[in-house]
Design a protein around this ligand. Structure first.
Ligand code: ATR
Length: 256
């Protein structure tokens, strides 16, 4: 039986145990996926003790950056996003990877959303935004505009990545894909949206899922978006890519 787990705070309502159990079943792998609720202060001790006997783990908020100094190596995409959501052992050393961005890309591909040449608006400039930008750039997008309440944060992020621009005073253009990456949905709120951001085929995607995605997705529908998606597919996508890192097997993703 392989020991795996999720470190975060809170983690109680995580869907990851169920998702990984379903993946493991596809290959007859026996695993025990634990939820480990730990604060930033306790993370170093809890992680070091637990990981010794584990096959690997996932990391979620608020520890995706906190975990980095506790690892021996990072992959390039973990370095670029300054975040780790997947930890694995290689030759007795701990590696950190980040499958969030490619999990989103996997989901967008499954949903037949074209990224090559696309003009994308991302609302929000926190860790969630940084986590997806490199993967979108890899897909050959044309341009990524970043809109944030704190404009300086959008500018700093845009400076780090090619094709990215901070959106000043709401811009003038329409987008093929609008991604919501703030935490406002968890309070039942949604950022203000501009009519001119939408064209006939604008697609809306919220990185949150369930109730937290509802305010943004209903507001984008009012603006005429015909296709709106929450981030459940991204959750499954990042999990499938983590599973592949741990076991070298690509699970079939069946989103409920
Ligand atoms: P995460 O790692 O999930 O991205 P974060 O780094 O705390 O979390 O970033 C949260 C994002 O939500 C930020 O873009 C934040 O905007 P600021 O940079 O201006 O703080 C955005 N956000 C949170 N609450 C918001 C609100 N009430 N209105 C507008 N933006 C909000």
């Amino acid at each position: 039986t392989f020991q795996l787990g999720l470190l975060g705070h809170p983690v109680a309502h995580s869907q990851s145990p169920r998702i990984h159990a379903a993946f493991a079943k596809q290959f007859g792998i026996s695993l025990n996926y634990q939820l480990i609720d730990t604060t930033a202060a306790n993370l170093p001790a809890d992680f070091k003790q637990w990981i010794k006997t584990a096959h690997g783990c996932n990391v979620t908020l608020p520890h995706k950056s906190n975990i980095m100094p506790l690892l021996d190596h990072y992959t390039e995409r973990a370095h670029l996003t300054q975040a780790v959501n997947t930890v694995y052992w290689q030759a007795d050393e701990l590696w950190g990877d980040n499958t969030d961005g490619d999990g989103l890309v996997l989901d967008l591909i499954n949903k037949h959303v074209t990224m090559r040449g696309a003009c994308i608006l991302i609302i929000g400039a926190g860790g969630a935004t940084q986590g997806i930008i490199p993967a979108l750039i890899d897909q050959g997008v044309m341009r990524i505009d970043i809109k944030n309440r704190d404009a300086k944060k959008a500018e700093n992020l845009a400076l780090q990545f090619e094709k990215c621009h901070a959106l000043k005073s709401n811009g003038q253009q329409a987008y093929d894909l609008i991604i919501h990456a703030t935490s406002m949905g968890h309070q039942g709120h949604c950022p203000e949206l501009e009519k001119h951001w939408f064209h006939d085929n604008t697609i809306a995607y919220d990185l949150s899922y369930g109730d937290a995605a509802a305010p943004f997705l209903s507001a984008t529908k009012v603006h005429g978006a015909k296709q709106v998606f929450d981030g459940l597919g991204m959750l499954y996508g990042q999990a499938a890519l983590a599973f592949n890192i741990w076991f070298g097997k690509k699970p079939e993703v069946n989103i409920p």
